[in-house]
Design a protein around this ligand. Structure first.
Ligand SMILES: Cc1cc2nc3c(=O)[nH]c(=O)nc-3n(C[C@H](O)[C@H](O)[C@H](O)COP(=O)(O)O)c2cc1C
Length: 406
């Protein structure tokens, strides 16, 4: 759930594509997150999904015609264009994209898009030859020039049996695009380096020492920074989470690999978020063969890994513009005390401490309850929130602190 969508007025333009039915679910998701949706259908769209479906899903009348003969005192394309925060056109056919690109206003949706000052997000969906046709590509280029956000279609098998680019993107990707569009770009121009997830320390070809981190909090920090306009590099340990839209993903396995990847990018980062659960130790030796079950007991000797956060804290002030360092701490007691100690010891600017004894926060779950401490003695306790919303609150504090110090 994102409060960014709460009470936002979104005009959803649906056009004549076989993918129109998928948008029914998107509308439900948007409404669940508090958005108010008005559906506008092209004539061709009504061949695929009925206006009644969209009326039921939006809880509002559906607009189809420029000249409807009803409410004639209200000019629909102007009142809809003026009264919304965002226009989402999904699926957008080749025909509609061409209409928009050429400034045609011969149907209601095209006229609304021309008349609006709101943000416009367009999700093309069509056969891949239609999509790759130079005319479509040129038209999409024009839409980008006009300042519309065009979400790249997915690649894969189409309803027509052909394979290639042109599939309507997945909802997660479109949701990210909508939220970014509605979010003030307060991290624009900043490079944010985020680490997330567990590390794995192998001791034979199939076994390793790992930990329970899912990476969800770090991924949320990366996704929200991206929504706020930052360039985001996400260095992640193993896991099954999908990469947030727009981030540059670097996959690693061990603590040592993570160390190397972080260090090689540290100089370019304005802000570093260390949310990964990096193993403190690794096996002293890695057997090249699978260790057989021939002994009752075996002993693993462990040696300490390099402490990435400690190292960053040590070297950050060597830079002319030292980056902000944000750490995470998972504690079971004395949260504030241990958090403050870690912040001092590792020379951090912020530390987010979470209580790992609570079932609804910390590892693997989707929610978190954290205390955010800062170097100036600031302390704020956030209530139980989704990890996405926790990330948004943390970034809010970080940005206001950065604003104060510039
Ligand atoms: C079964 C069927 C599926 C179609 N799917 C698409 C599609 O996915 N993308 C597209 O650009 N056109 C598709 N078309 C063609 C459009 O419906 C046609 O170009 C129409 O004029 C689009 O009008 P509109 O943009 O005003 O909605 C499809 C047509 C049919 C008959």
């Amino acid at each position: 759930m994102s409060p960014v969508l709460e009470n936002k007025k979104i005009v959803c333009g649906i056009t004549g594509s076989i993918a129109a039915y998928k948008v029914c679910d998107w509308i439900r998701s948007l409404r669940r997150e508090g958005a108010e949706i008005t559906a506008v259908l092209t004539d061709s769209a009504t061949e695929f999904v009925t206006p009644l479906t969209f009326a039921a899903l939006t809880g509002k009348p559906v607009y189809r015609k420029m000249f409807s003969g009803q409410n004639e005192e209200r000019i629909p394309h102007i009142s809809l264009a003026r009264g919304c925060d965002l226009i989402l056109v999904a699926p957008a056919t080749a025909q509609t994209i061409s209409r928009f690109a050429h400034g045609m206003a011969d149907d209601l949706l095209a006229a609304i898009v021309m008349a609006t000052e709101a943000k416009v997000v367009i999700c093309p969906a069509m056969n891949s030859r239609m999509y790759l046709h130079p005319a479509t590509q040129e038209n999409i280029g024009k839409l980008k020039e006009y300042g519309y956000l065009v979400v790249e279609p997915d690649c894969g098998m189409m309803a027509c049996g052909e394979e290639g680019p042109g599939r309507l993107p997945e909802w997660n990707q479109v949701r990210e695009a909508i939220i970014s569009t509605l979010t003030p770009q307060t991290l624009y121009g900043k490079t944010v380096l985020v680490t997330a997830g567990p590390t794995e320390e192998p001791f034979d070809p199939v076994r390793f020492i790992g930990n329970r981190s899912s990476g969800k909090m770090g991924y949320a920090m990366a996704a929200v920074a991206c929504q706020m306009g930052a360039r985001v590099i996400l260095i992640t340990g193993p896991g099954s989470l999908p990469a947030p839209a727009g981030v540059e993903l670097v996959r690693v396995r061990t603590a040592e690999e993570m160390y190397m990847e972080v260090m090689s990018r540290f100089d370019t980062a304005d802000i570093v978020v260390k949310a990964a659960a990096v193993s403190d130790f690794r096996p002293a030796e890695i057997s090249s063969q699978k260790i057989k079950k021939t002994h009752e007991k075996i002993t693993l000797q462990l040696i300490q890994n390099r402490d990435i956060l400690q190292k960053l804290g040590e070297i950050k002030n060597r830079r002319i513009n030292p980056p902000l360092l944000i750490g995470f701490a998972a504690e079971s007691d004395h949260l504030v005390e241990y958090g403050q100690e870690k912040m001092q010891k590792k020379n951090l600017d912020f530390i987010a401490v979470n209580d790992i004894t609570a079932a609804d926060s910390g590892f693997a779950v989707d929610t978190n309850r954290i205390i955010l401490l800062d170097r100036q003695g600031g302390q704020i306790e956030f209530p139980l929130l989704s990890k996405e919303e926790t990330a948004r609150r943390i970034w809010g504090r970080v940005v206001s602190r950065a604003d104060r110090s510039t």
